[in-house]
Design a protein. Structure first.
Length: 625
């Protein structure tokens, strides 16, 4: 199949449907609810006041993707490539946003940073999470270090977990059974099993939620060269959340969670370094506890988010290693709203990270920060902030951002012009400084500068279209050097590109969304980064309780390294089509759903030497009590 023709066809289809939707809107006017976004300012503000193109994955969208994992869902959004999400379940994930790498992406869960200091890339492992415990996700792309600190250079993925029901007691049970097969072995055996159960409610001033989930996947070998051996993946999640409202002015919430995964992996033993079937195994266990007291007063609030994480990871292979890490996070901040025009947040963020290598190593950050949002009566909005990053090893670094936007009211809708200039600071992590392989205690921190500019058009009929250009410069980029150790690159890395997104809700019961991303590295090479990527989704409510959708994804050619030859190879472009169907029964208390992924059984490589998923089907049910 000709990939360029494929993409062209999808774009033509999207444009024709947009035109059709606009015509339909003349006769069928659907009032779109004003969407609220939080991540770019940490205030609940209307999207029209935001100077960023914030991606919001709603509760409804998550429910219409049950059976997927969180990495697969995020990977459908503009500017993002989560490499490994289409391979065997236990495959390591790489987060490539706007030409960056995993260590430039910060993950938050309920407002608390959860990145792993013992990992080389310092990222949070999304394989640990159960999508069925998540209420919504916001993704803000670009440098966001002024609000979120170290590592928030290319994106912040802000995850909000499910909240307790207002009823005294409520429950939810989900079960999914599916296949897990490659393109060459379509046996349609049940090899993927997901279960999740939760109980929650409100008792006077007390809210509670407890959930348990497990996932087991079998059937595929990690190494593409061996189709008979299986590398199973298993995970369980336990979460507890409590909240108590002492008064209208003061409340407190607390949580505890355990996320545990085990997966068999294949390795590349010396001297040949050819990926083959091995008895390698990876274990990862994370325990998190935290508390968040909040005091609300006239025009403002004061809140503390405090959390402790303990991480235990072990690789069993010819190059076995064990990592034990701890992190302490304390974010104390005051929000004050002077009026409906000025919103301010001022706070201090303290983080301490520890990891055990030959001996225990640690560092900490103490960052005061300030951010101001101005919303005018004449369309001008301004989001500006600064943070002083005080690192125990690298001293003080000032990061700042300036993000203006302007809304222009037109007869057909509103046109928003937006721009942004922001800097970020990324300190070397403990593994790069003191770890087992290639550690270099003399590394310098990375510094990033991001410039953005774009347009967004939207109207009350449910139509939105935005286009954004970005230009990012990296200095002192940390790379794995030819002497098998981490070093700072001599030259700057420059990445630029643009993103286009559209959403159409003008036709009753139908939603069309599509996005396209162009990413180009001006200097050097980045592995596994597609220059072109497009996604399209068409969802239709056939009736009040019946939903169906078709999803398309195109990923252009990429460069990857073949570690058996230590030479780079070009991986061909590929296209994927997925189908989803759901039906609600018994007064919406029972939901049955089914999905088919990689409908046309596309044969492609995501990572050199590793197996990718072929056509797979799944069946599930969700019971709500």
């Amino acid at each position: 199949m000709n990939k360029k023709t494929n993409v062209f066809g999808v774009l033509c289809l999207g444009m024709s449907m947009i035109g059709f939707a606009q015509e339909q809107a003349k006769s069928t006017k659907v009032q779109q609810l004003e969407e609220i976004v939080v991540s770019d300012s940490r205030f609940d503000l209307k999207r029209e006041y935001s100077g960023k193109t914030v991606i919001k994955i709603s509760k409804e969208e998550i429910e219409n993707n049950q059976g997927r994992n969180i990495a697969e869902l995020i990977n459908t959004k503009s500017g993002i490539e989560i490499n490994g999400s289409r391979s065997v379940e236990g495959q390591n994930l790489g987060y490539y946003v706007r030409g960056g790498n995993s260590r430039q992406v910060l993950v938050l869960i309920d407002g608390i940073a959860v990145n792993d200091p013992s990992l080389v890339s310092n990222e949070f492992d999304l394989r640990l999470l159960d999508l069925n415990t998540i209420e919504s996700i916001e993704i803000i792309k670009g440098a966001a270090s002024t609000l979120y600190g170290n590592a928030a250079a290319t994106a912040v993925i802000s995850i909000t977990t499910k909240k307790a029901s207002n009823n005294k007691i409520a429950g939810n049970f989900l079960s999914v059974v599916g296949t897990n097969q490659s393109q060459d072995d379509l046996n349609y055996y049940g090899s993927s099993f997901t279960n999740n159960a939760s109980v929650n409610g409100t008792l006077n001033k007390l809210t509670y939620l407890a959930s348990f989930g497990n996932r087991y996947v079998d059937g595929l070998s990690a190494a593409k060269s061996d189709t008979h051996e299986k590398d199973p993946f298993s995970r369980y999640n336990l979460n507890v959340k409590l909240g108590y409202e002492f008064s209208k002015a003061f409340n407190i919430s607390a949580f505890a969670s355990i996320d545990n995964l085990k997966t068999d992996i294949d390795g590349s033993p010396a001297p040949a370094f050819v990926l083959t079937d091995t008895d390698d195994t990876f274990f990862s266990k994370q325990k998190r506890v935290g508390v968040s007291p909040k005091f609300t007063y006239n025009h403002g609030s004061f809140q503390i988010n405090a959390a402790y994480s303990k991480i235990e990871r072990e690789f069993i292979s010819d190059f076995s290693s064990t990592n034990n890490a701890e992190s302490y996070v304390l974010d104390a901040f005051n929000k004050y709203v002077f009026n409906d025009k000025f919103y301010t947040i001022a706070g201090v963020n303290y983080t301490e990270y520890k990891s055990l290598f030959a001996e225990e190593e640690s560092y900490n950050n103490t960052d005061p920060y300030l951010n101001v949002v101005y919303v005018s009566d004449y369309g001008l909005n301004l989001n500006a902030g600064a943070r002083l990053n005080n690192h125990s090893e690298y001293g003080s670094h000032l990061v700042y951002s300036l993000n203006p936007s302007y809304n222009l009211n037109l007869d057909s809708g509103t046109l928003k012009v937006l721009g942004s200039y922001a800097t970020s600071f990324i300190a070397p992590n403990l593994s790069q400084l003191f770890g087992y392989y290639g550690a270099n205690p003399n590394l310098e921190p990375e510094e990033n500068t991001t410039i953005e500019g774009g347009l967004e058009f939207y109207n009350t009929n449910g139509f939105r279209l935005n286009a954004l250009y970005f230009n990012r410069k990296e200095e002192n980029t940390i790379i794995y050097g030819p002497a098998f150790s981490y070093i700072n690159a001599d030259s700057e890395a420059k990445v630029h590109g643009f993103e286009v997104e559209t959403e159409v809700k003008s036709i009753e019961n139908l939603v069309l969304s599509a996005n396209y991303t162009f990413t180009e590295l001006k200097e050097g090479t980045r592995l596994r980064l597609p220059k072109h990527k497009a996604n399209a989704s068409l969802g239709y409510n056939i009736s009040k309780n019946t939903f169906a959708s078709v999803n398309y994804q195109f990923t252009s050619s990429r460069t990857d390294t073949n570690f058996s030859t230590f030479l780079n190879e070009d991986l061909k472009a590929f296209s994927l089509v997925d189908l989803y169907f759901s039906k609600k029964l018994i007064e919406n208390k029972l939901k049955l759903f089914a999905s088919i992924t990689n409908l046309f059984n596309e044969d492609y490589l995501e990572i050199v030497g590793y197996t990718t998923k072929g056509r797979n089907v799944s069946l599930g049910l969700n019971i709500t009590l």
